[in-house]
Write a protein that binds this ligand. Structure first.
Ligand code: FAD
Length: 489
């Protein structure tokens, strides 16, 4: 991996301001932004994938390192996850009052450990996660190490989480070089969530009023577009109190420490995206840290764009154009988005339209559109894209587009990523085609990882779920092994 050279951009604030002035207002014709109206677009293929003969053939090798017992457990776990009633009951139990009983909790965690946890989680600690990284690396796949932390509410927890991130970065030094493509960080784990909400309100209000009155605000890239929903902030928020400003400084210093450590370990940092009520503050942290650690070649920090949001493409274009003006190689992880029901519920409770595309067809279109925009940008200049998806249509589209545009398969400009335990077929097919492929590897104690597992269970439920192809291939492999054992016997 190339060594990243960091320089502080002294005039970056002026550059961003200039870029923002030039970019606003946005019209779809001037910037080729097409996120607003996807209604007439053709639907990409979303039917259940039938494994092609090559995938079936390759499938033979996919699970060869798994014992039959583990393979059967993984298969049953994915089957359970695909059953809506099972997932609904499971998520109800997890959020029910029954979990207040220590004995009941232990039972739930025990059952989760041998099913969902073992399938979707890389280990209970750094050592176990490290073993998973080595095993994947032997098969030509990299790891995105994610110490599973959820929201923090005070400075003490944030400091504790900071230590966990620093140790995760440190741990990459003892793993094979290049086996870890990035370390994942969550801003919600190093900045109290109430403060992120307050900052997001103030940033939204500043954008709405076209004012410039946030004394704490540093250089950043554009955070909103003309179509960004502003309903989370209906009244003028009061300025940050001195205490809040102090907490903000502490949070920013935590991020700076993580970034500095990542730079020293020469491992990029990927910042996850979360819910829209706090995402402006998360983007603000991500972009301002990227600006203060500008690298000469490939990005040190990657932000995340959620293509299920109606304003995703506009915001991506605005941020990339501003980054270009500043000479900042922008790192983007592109996802569809994982908080669909929460987003729709909040919007409905406030009497507003959901910020999420009206149909999955529009989300697919927006995702592919954002990916193609980034690929065109990367073919002309610096930056990097992590195509984080299990959708094989998007995977194939981007793979072929990257080849058409002459974007090298083995460089740092384009990587593909899937969650651990999901879309094995797609990961290995892309890897076999010569692309850089990573698995997103959450790790940590069972209790701590539960919210992540609930999101995965939600995502895998239903007939058209992401795991359909993996389940078919696992079933074929189990049948093959059973037949072989039967013939032997
Ligand atoms: C490496 C990696 C990192 C990730 N990081 C993040 C992150 O930081 N933040 C985050 O939010 N998510 C993250 N995710 C999860 C991601 O957002 C998706 O939830 C998940 O990957 C499924 O999308 P897919 O691209 O794999 O597409 P598919 O397999 O095609 O799944 C599409 C899913 O999109 C949903 N959907 C989206 N829009 C609509 C709509 N309008 N109507 C109906 N359904 C819709 C459905 O639930 C459907 O199951 C990450 C995923 C990966 C692989």
């Amino acid at each position: 991996m190339a060594i990243r050279r960091i320089s502080t951009l002294a005039s970056s604030k002026q550059a961003v301001e200039k870029a923002s002035r030039v970019i606003r207002p946005v019209t779809s014709s001037s910037t080729n932004i097409s996120s607003v109206d996807y209604a007439g677009k053709q639907e990409p293929n979303t039917k259940v994938l039938v494994p092609s003969s090559t995938v079936v053939e390759n499938g033979k090798g996919l699970f060869s390192s798994m014992s039959s017992g583990k393979l059967l457990r993984s298969f049953l776990t994915l089957e359970m996850a695909a059953s809506e009633p099972v997932v609904d009951v499971g998520t109800w139990i997890y959020s029910s009052r029954l979990m207040k009983s220590a004995m009941f909790r232990q039972m739930v965690f025990g059952a989760t450990k041998v099913t969902f946890f073992d399938h979707f989680v890389a280990g209970r600690n750094q050592e176990e996660a490290g073993e998973t990284v080595k095993r994947l690396w032997n098969e030509g796949i990299k790891g995105m190490l994610d110490y599973g932390l959820e929201h923090a509410h005070d400075n003490v927890s944030c400091d504790k989480n900071l230590e966990a991130f620093i140790q995760t970065i440190e741990s990459t030094k003892s793993l094979p070089p290049s086996s870890v493509s990035s370390v994942v960080a969550k801003i919600t784990a190093i900045c109290p969530v109430d403060l992120l909400r307050r900052m997001s309100d103030l940033l939204r209000w500043e954008y709405k009023e076209r004012s410039n009155n946030l004394p704490w605000k540093m250089n950043t890239l554009p955070l909103f577009s003309e179509s960004s929903p502003l309903y989370h902030t209906l009244q003028k928020p009061v300025p940050l109190t001195p205490q809040e400003e102090q907490d903000l400084e502490l949070a920013y210093n935590r991020l700076q420490k993580i970034v500095q450590k990542a730079h020293e370990a020469n491992v990029p940092l990927v910042i996850d995206a979360e819910e829209t009520w706090i995402q402006p503050a998360i983007d603000y942290f991500t972009y301002s840290a990227s600006i203060s650690h500008t690298t000469a070649d490939s990005p040190l920090i990657y932000g995340t764009i959620q293509a299920y949001l109606k304003d995703a493409k506009e915001r991506l274009v605005l941020a990339k154009q501003a980054a270009n003006k500043m000479g900042l190689p922008m790192g983007v992880k592109l996802v569809r988005g994982a908080y669909m029901s929460a987003e729709s519920q909040i919007a409905a409770s406030l009497g507003y339209d959901s910020p999420i595309h009206n149909s999955i067809r529009h989300t697919h279109y927006c995702y592919n559109d954002c990916a193609c925009f980034m690929l065109h940008e990367l073919s002309k200049g610096p930056g990097s894209l992590v195509l984080a998806t299990h959708n094989s249509e998007s995977g194939k589209l981007v793979a072929s587009k990257a080849c058409d545009l002459g974007i090298g398969k083995d460089g740092e400009k384009l990587q593909f990523a899937q969650l651990y335990g999901m879309s094995e077929a797609l990961s290995y097919e892309l890897k076999n085609e010569g692309f850089q492929v990573s698995k997103y590897l959450p790790f940590g104690p069972v209790e701590q990882i539960m919210p992540y597992l609930v999101r995965r269970a939600e995502e895998n439920k239903g007939v058209l779920s992401t795991s359909s192809l993996d389940r078919q291939l696992m079933k074929l492999e189990l049948q093959r092994r059973l037949k072989a054992a039967f013939l032997k016997g």
